[in-house]
Design a protein around this ligand. Structure first.
Ligand code: NAD
Length: 502
């Protein structure tokens, strides 16, 4: 809770086409993790605030679904232009509130824009199917219609991109939408909703409710919400999945991850090192696709370790807004302390620290949440550091003698988000792709996050639901199917008989 000066603004919600102060009485501080600077206060909205947003979204639904689909797509084209024009401002906002470097933040905005571009194809992708003559003179057709009021709940690590996994597809398909951003990073979506306001959508088509757990639980229980999209940690994903299903909602819940990168003896080492470093330490390890565990096969270990540790030691840690920084802070001092605890625990379990980022930050601004890239060896698959998501710049290295053994280690994880293999061997890739139990696979790619036109297809504890985020799944998730079987008699085919024909 906060005791902040009055000149720091408290954020509003956006409800029914207007910025609206919530009924909330409590607020949290939003800080810049590079410095501890107080940026704003985020209200902890109440059930009444959720109700206001859902009511506005419900009221807007009949008119919005009847706006023709080409016009809905045109609004998305306009949104794309507005986002492109404001890319620098949006990227600066992501860096300021979340900590990642500006290069990374710009890439994030680019990904969000790509989502809008994919959603601009809605007049094609939302088409149904028709089959003539399923019986004599009878046709069957399936049309897609919007699901209704759709709500999305976002994590802190992609303040811009994750809401855009859902928003453009949802409204493009004719739904109305309520977004709850992460209370740790609510500022970028304030800019986004200013841009959405410029689109002159009918009031209530898009709504923004700031807050934490109470907002989430109110959305999950609200009878006026038809579909829930959640992205966050695995325990909360499970809770959201179960509670939303209990009230009969359509739900997709994307959870945490432990992504393995397998390095074969024939890997091209310099490219592999670059891929591993970008994956493990980019965004300070706070990506759901971060490669946080390496499994070396055979002699790959000896070839890899020295160049990997040398390149890791050369990484510059600092404010993400400083172009000299390779790695920014983690999201908060609490997150930093938790990450340092993970490394301490791994050491107690028998791991060896070969690059130690625990003390990083002593020469950086006080109040910053810095923890440096860290590499651990002598890690075994049963250690907690090998099993659990650390969500920080910590890379655990394990060894396997064969590809089979490496695959068994990867498949021993309860998570199944992404994994990568580094090799020039097509048979090894074929084998890996076929046998590995994860939904997104990289071949000589450190972060194999699919582009907007393909689904973000995590497995196991990393995803609960049937339909994934973006790609063709987005249209399936944000529409429901109606199948019509029809015939007509006015074409002179009447028989004059009242008996039922089969
Ligand atoms: P989080 O689970 O703490 O929070 C996510 C959202 O849930 C936030 O909006 C938060 O307000 C809300 N929330 C938190 N606790 C809640 C509770 N008890 N009840 C109801 N709502 C609650 O996650 P985070 O720390 O913001 O984000 C990091 C996590 O997100 C990591 O585990 C990461 O792997 C995961 N993530 C997964 C994907 C994916 O595609 N699978 C993508 C991005 C992030």
């Amino acid at each position: 809770m906060t005791s902040t000066p009055t000149d720091v603004r408290t954020l509003d919600n956006y409800v029914g086409g207007a910025w609206t102060p919530p009924a909330a009485t409590e607020a949290l501080d939003v800080t810049n993790p590079a410095s501890g600077e107080l940026l704003a206060r985020v209200p902890l909205s109440l059930a009444a605030d959720v109700d206001a947003a859902v009511s506005a979204a419900r009221a807007a639904l009949p008119a919005w679904r009847d706006v023709n689909v080409i016009e809905r797509a045109r609004r998305l084209f306009k949104l794309r232009e507005l986002l492109v024009a404001r890319t620098d401002e949006l990227a600066a906002s992501v860096t300021r509130e979340m900590g990642k470097t500006l290069i990374d933040a710009r890439a994030e905005i680019g990904r969000a824009i790509e989502m809008v571009e994919a959603a601009c194809a809605i007049p094609t992708t939302m088409q149904g199917r028709i089959l003539e003559d399923v019986s004599r003179g009878i046709d069957a057709e399936t049309v897609r219609q919007p699901v209704g009021v759709c709500a999305a709940i976002a994590p802190f690590n992609f303040p811009m991109m994750v809401p855009f996994w859902f928003l453009p597809f949802a409204i493009g398909c004719g739904n109305t939408f309520v977004l709850k951003p992460s209370e740790q990073v609510p500022l970028t979506q304030q800019i986004v909703f200013e841009l959405l306001h410029e689109l002159e959508l009918p009031p209530g088509v898009v709504n923004l409710v700031n807050g934490g757990r109470e907002v989430v639980e109110s959305l999950l229980d609200h009878p006026g919400v038809d579909a829930i999209s959640f992205v966050g940690s695995a325990p909360v994903a499970k809770l959201v999945y179960e509670r939303a299903a209990r009230s009969g909602k359509r739900v997709q819940a994307l959870g945490g991850a432990k992504n393995h990168m397998v390095v074969m003896p024939d890997a091209v080492i310099d490219k592999t090192v670059a891929g591993l470093i970008g994956s493990a330490f980019g965004a300070a390890g706070q990506r759901c696709m971060a490669g946080s565990a390496v499994v070396t096969v055979g002699e790959a270990h000896e070839r890899l370790l020295e160049p990997l540790t040398a390149a890791t030691r050369a990484l510059q840690v600092g404010d993400g807004a400083d172009s000299a920084s390779d790695v920014g802070p983690v999201v908060s001092c609490e997150a930093r302390d938790r990450i340092v605890d993970w490394v301490d625990r791994a050491v107690a379990d028998g791991a060896t620290v070969v690059v130690d980022g625990r003390a990083t930050g002593e020469d950086l601004p006080a109040g910053g949440a810095f923890v440096g890239p860290t590499i651990l060896t002598d890690v075994t698959p049963r250690m907690a550091i090998a099993q659990e998501e650390v969500f920080g710049p910590v890379l655990a290295i394990m060894r396997a003698e064969t590809l089979d053994e490496a695959i068994a280690i990867v498949n021993g994880s309860r998570f199944g988000n992404g994994t990568s293999i580094f090799t020039e061997s097509a048979p090894a890739v074929r084998r890996y792709r076929h046998d590995v139990e994860a939904g997104m696979i990289g071949v000589n790619i450190g972060v194999a996050a699919p582009v907007a036109f393909f689904p973000f297809s995590g497995w196991k504890d990393s995803f609960l639901g049937d339909l994934h985020a973006h790609g063709p799944d987005a249209v399936d998730f944000f529409t429901r199917k109606k199948t019509v079987t029809s015939r007509y008699f006015s074409s002179g085919q009447g028989t004059g008989s009242y008996f039922v024909e089969n």
